[in-house]
Design a protein around this ligand. Structure first.
Ligand SMILES: NC(=O)c1ccc[n+]([C@@H]2O[C@H](COP(=O)([O-])OP(=O)(O)OC[C@H]3O[C@@H](n4cnc5c(N)ncnc54)[C@H](OP(=O)(O)O)[C@@H]3O)[C@@H](O)[C@H]2O)c1
Length: 241
């Protein structure tokens, strides 16, 4: 029986590449998204992967969403916590709304989503929880106090949850991408990318979403059971924590 994988934010950018790579590896995949229906429908038409709309920053919405996915596809074996946003500004100008939105979407979502599936994984003695953090959660980034705090939180979440579930066949790992060629990074002005970002990347280019997806498929595999609590850095050599 094919294992079931649920990818949050799985309809665009890195998440879309993760969804497609898991599908190609033989998983039954569900992709969630927040509100961009046009992108989700396009993704669904291209890939044949079912899409589900809910807000990962809401615990109740996650409970209802996971229930629907499990009714459609079966119990979730692999959860990929990928959905994320940025609301960049210097801390001395940051509003409480900008802080809360980023913390709740990028860190609160790990509680909201993982809590829905962990009891089932424990009962079945198999599970993979893979979260997408960021290089900026490892090293900090100007204008991203909210994002860096949330993404660093994802790493702590992973280390602690891995310990609690290590004996039960469940692995919990986190991937820290560097700068990846998605809409999130394309929002950075081109001259800033060329003058300030790419020169800091030893491999001398942005990463591609498929290069993060490859790491997810590796960690999701049944025979990756000895890898847990780890932080996998995929950043073209830019930073080593
Ligand atoms: N791009 C990079 O260079 C980079 C680097 C390091 C880490 N990351 C991390 O990698 C992950 C994916 O980034 P990306 O660049 O692929 O982003 P993206 O292209 O902006 O796509 C984000 C995805 O997350 C979904 N999403 C956002 N907020 C959500 C919410 N509240 N509830 C449910 N879904 C939500 C979006 O849904 P809609 O389509 O409906 O908006 C979309 O599917 C994020 O966690 C990001 O922080 C990215």
């Amino acid at each position: 029986m094919a294992r079931v994988a649920l990818v949050t934010g799985g309809t665009r950018g890195i998440g879309a590449a993760i969804s497609k790579a898991l599908q190609a590896a033989g998983y039954k995949v569900a992709a969630s998204y927040a509100g961009n229906d046009a992108a989700a429908e396009k993704f669904k038409a291209e890939s044949g992967i079912p899409v589900y709309k809910w807000d990962v920053s809401s615990f109740d919405a996650c409970a209802a969403g996971v229930k629907q996915v499990e009714a459609d596809l079966g119990p979730v074996d692999v959860l990929v916590n990928n959905a994320g946003i940025t609301k960049d500004t210097a801390f001395h100008k940051m509003t409480l709304e900008q802080w809360n939105a980023v913390i709740n979407t990028n860190l609160g979502s790990l509680f909201n989503m993982t809590r829905q599936v962990i009891e089932g994984m424990r009962a079945r003695k198999f599970g993979r929880v893979i979260s997408i953090s960021s290089i900026n959660g490892q090293k900090g980034q100007f204008g991203q106090v909210n994002y860096s705090a949330a993404k660093a939180g994802d790493i702590g979440f992973t280390k602690a949850l891995a310990l609690e579930n290590a004996k039960g066949g469940i692995t919990v790992n986190v991937i820290c991408p560097g700068y990846i060629n998605t809409e999130m990074v394309q929002a950075v002005p081109k001259d800033v990318l060329e003058k300030n970002v790419i020169p800091q990347i030893p491999v001398n280019r942005l990463g591609e979403p498929e290069e993060i997806a490859r790491a997810v498929v590796f960690l999701a595999a049944d025979d990756a059971g000895f890898i847990t609590g780890s932080t996998l850095t995929v950043n073209g050599g830019q930073y080593h924590a």
